[in-house]
Ligand binder design. Structure first.
Ligand SMILES: Nc1ncnc2c1ncn2[C@@H]1O[C@H](COP(=O)(O)OP(=O)(O)OP(=O)(O)O)[C@@H](O)[C@H]1O
Length: 702
């Protein structure tokens, strides 16, 4: 193996200088040769290593070419050097033991993670690979608390994730597979809003700007800071996602397939960036499908089908461990030998004893941590570098990382300081500003928002209603008035629900990530309700003005003498806003954006059927009570009360009495309006409840 590595160093600069920082930091990268690999000893054999592939199918590595597939062979026996001596004083950045995740699928219990345990030393870059469905994403979710394991434990610097989640979550950075960025915003604006939401209370705007400039420089994004995220390449977008996470200086950074869909050059670029982030003092764990750049990592975790660990150790020793020449051979072996106990083979190897079984976790959960720092220290100018230099560790470091520039300790002390998150009001203001910026950035959508109520208002004028909403002359009944109210109700419902029905689901990924980073659920929902409420109210006023003003109207309202228009408009606006909140409920229920359109149609039809002006609902058991749940029922009733519809229309066909909810009295009008407010409030409570339902058990408590 030694020879092979030396050959690789000569063959190309990439593999030969894997610990070299690429010029991400804006300076020329010094060429640093790769650290020597651990020496391979000849004896003793630690364990039977899987003859991973049938000889007939695959070509084995030279050391195992003669090995039969069915005969377990002795492993090449490396004299392994522990990556880090993890003691209570210098804990692993991350330790896991016995992580097991099961789900019940169609009555059958399925194990997604099977007794997974490993230690990640501070300042190491760990890649996680494995065949599709082997549990890599499940592992990431268990490590970050977004779906805690059913059993086992995860410790950060000795602190148990489930027990101290509210403390630890601010120190865990996660770059999910899908971009969690508002594509309409510029890079700098996206970072500004994220900083305003995530930085601790008391951080000044100047400190935030300085930190944003730091990460932009570190990730070579300065030249793109004015570009919209949507216009960036996949690799650049991934760098922005990483920048966003780095703003708060997480101690451990997780990335879920950051290179999927990127070309090999981008793949290398991203992996080199991760190498640099590690060399600067962070601990990085990356789930990847790409095996081309594994040399850049300090440790490699290979997941086996069934969710067990098939290998955890130095990447350069993985293929010899599996006795394969290529990763394609290893993955083929995984699929060919379904029943093989890959995890058992690994557990009985020396790699398990060296890289998975030496943890402070096993000895004690209590770790001695350096004294706490203040929150503002985190974000002061150049804080990280100074801090890292000050807390330089004596931990032995991984082979490849050892070849890089002098490394410094990850700031374990930060775990001990709870950070004061931004206040609710501050989060709400930031969220409202960001939402408005996102809406304003989409000119086409803005035009549509403006045009929709005008078009619907003009169309409503096509309804022939010579008496408008007033009493017909000559003692006749006005039977057109209910149709005008119906059209106004449909317009308000459609406007409100259409505004909201996609708004939560389309940014569920962003919300999930921000929620884990400290966002208040209620501030988020209120920001949506306020912005969409104002937009919907404005649209409904325009719609009602066009629909009502050209028509004959009663001279007085119930509350306001001189005009019925303000009362009619108020009912229409409340209907629009309540329907918008109903749209948010739909958006919180569904799991995909596609499902929102059929449900929008359904909401509209339900509101039309139950509005009360299409056919009489009163004194119709069940139907009448069901209609109470429809906002349109109460809005039309309030409008009918204002214009005294029972008198100008008379009893509906086949009935001798009129709708009791339409009674021309201030009390009834107030009750109708009050019910709209109650339904709107119930919708907000339901949205909060539904969002909570999607969250992990750890987040629900925060
Ligand atoms: N809620 C669930 N119910 C049933 N099975 C599930 C559930 N969630 C995940 N799985 C299954 O668990 C296994 C592991 O899924 P996971 O997404 O962690 O795998 P992965 O290694 O990340 O896959 P990929 O590389 O394709 O992303 C898969 O077989 C998946 O179908």
């Amino acid at each position: 193996m030694q020879v092979e590595l030396e050959d690789r160093r000569e063959a190309g600069s990439i593999t030969g200088t894997i610990a070299t920082p690429v010029p991400i930091l804006g300076e020329a990268a010094p060429v640093v040769p790769m650290a020597p690999a651990p020496a391979v000893a000849s004896a003793p054999a630690p364990a039977a290593i899987p003859a991973a592939v049938p000889a007939s199918t695959l070509t084995s590595a030279s050391t195992s070419a003669s090995t039969s597939a069915s005969t377990p062979v002795a492993a090449p026996t490396p004299a392994l050097r522990p990556l880090a001596t993890i003691t209570p004083e210098s804990p692993a950045a991350l330790s896991t033991r016995g992580l097991t995740v099961t789900v019940k699928h169609r009555g059958v219990v399925k194990t997604l993670l099977d007794d997974v345990g490993f230690d990640v030393p501070e300042q190491s870059l760990v890649a996680v690979i494995g065949p599709s469905g082997s549990g890599k994403s499940t592992l990431l979710r268990a490590l970050t608390g977004s779906r805690p394991a059913d059993s086992g434990e995860v410790r950060y610097a000795g602190r148990e994730l489930c027990a101290e989640y509210s403390l630890l979550r601010h120190r865990i950075g996660l770059v999910p597979q899908d971009d969690v960025l508002h594509a309409q915003l510029t890079v700098k604006a996206a970072l500004r809003y994220a900083a305003a939401l995530r930085f601790p209370q008391g951080t000044t705007a100047e400190q935030r700007e300085r930190r944003i400039d730091e990460v932009l420089t570190d990730l070579r994004l300065t030249e793109f800071e004015g570009n919209k995220v949507a216009t960036l390449s996949g690799g650049q977008r991934k760098r922005v996602s990483v920048a966003l996470e780095l703003l708060t200086k997480p101690t451990v950074l997780f990335l879920d397939e950051p290179t999927s869909g990127l070309d090999p050059g981008m793949d290398r670029d991203v992996m080199r960036m991760l190498r640099c982030l590690t060399d600067e003092g962070r601990t990085v764990l990356v789930v990847t499908h790409s095996v081309a750049e594994l040399q850049a990592c300090d440790l490699l975790l290979v997941m086996a089908p069934g969710g067990g660990v098939a290998y955890y150790g130095p990447p350069q020793e993985a293929l010899p461990f599996f006795e394969c020449e290529t990763w394609a051979d290893v993955f083929l072996a995984f699929s060919c030998r379904r029943g093989y106990d890959w995890a058992g083979a690994y557990r009985s190897s020396v790699y398990h004893d060296t890289y998975s079984a030496t943890s402070a976790v096993e000895s004690s959960g209590a770790t001695t941590l350096p004294s706490p720092r203040s929150s503002s220290e985190d974000f002061g100018p150049g804080a990280s570098r100074e801090r890292n230099a000050a807390s330089a560790t004596v931990l032995p470091i991984p082979a490849t990382a050892a070849a890089g520039p002098p490394k410094t300790s990850a700031p374990t002390s930060c775990y001990s300081t709870p950070r004061a998150a931004q206040g609710w009001g501050s989060q709400l203001r930031t969220l409202i500003r960001r939402y408005l910026a996102v809406i304003a950035a989409d000119r086409g959508h803005l035009w549509l928002l403006a045009a929709l109520p005008m078009i619907m208002g003009l169309l409503s004028l096509a309804i022939p209603a010579s008496s408008g909403l007033a009493a017909a002359s000559g003692g006749d009944t006005n039977t057109d008035a209910p149709t005008v109210l119906l059209v106004l109700a449909v317009g308000a419902c459609l406007t409100g629900a259409a505004n909201a029905v996609r708004e939560l689901i389309k940014e569920r990924g962003i919300y999930d990530r921000e929620r884990a980073a400290g966002l208040s659920r209620s501030a988020y929902v209120m920001s949506k309700a306020i912005v969409l409420g104002v937009i919907t109210a404005t649209q409904t006023i325009v719609l009602s003005a066009i629909c009502l003003l050209p028509r004959r109207l009663p001279a007085h309202g119930l509350l306001i003498s001189g005009s019925a228009v303000p009362e009619l408009m108020l009912a229409a606006v409340l209907l629009g806003v309540t329907s918008m909140l109903l749209g948010l409920v739909v958006s919180a229920v569904v799991r995909t954006t596609e499902k929102t359109m059929p449900l929008l149609v359904l909401i509209t039809i339900v509101e039309v059927v139950f509005c009360g002006s299409l056919f009489p609902l009163f004194h119709s058991p069940a139907l009448e009570q069901l209609a109470w749940l429809s906002p349109s029922r109460w809005a039309v009733a309030a409008e009918a009360a204002t214009i005294n519809l029972p008198t100008i229309m008379g009893p509906p066909q086949g009935r001798t009495t009129t709708d009791p909810l339409w009674q021309h009295s201030i009390l009834q009008w107030g009750a109708d309006i009050g019910m709209l407010v109650v339904l709107g409030t119930a919708c907000v409570a339901l949205v909060l409840r539904l969002l909570r339902r999607h969250e992990s058990s750890l987040l629900r408590g925060c």
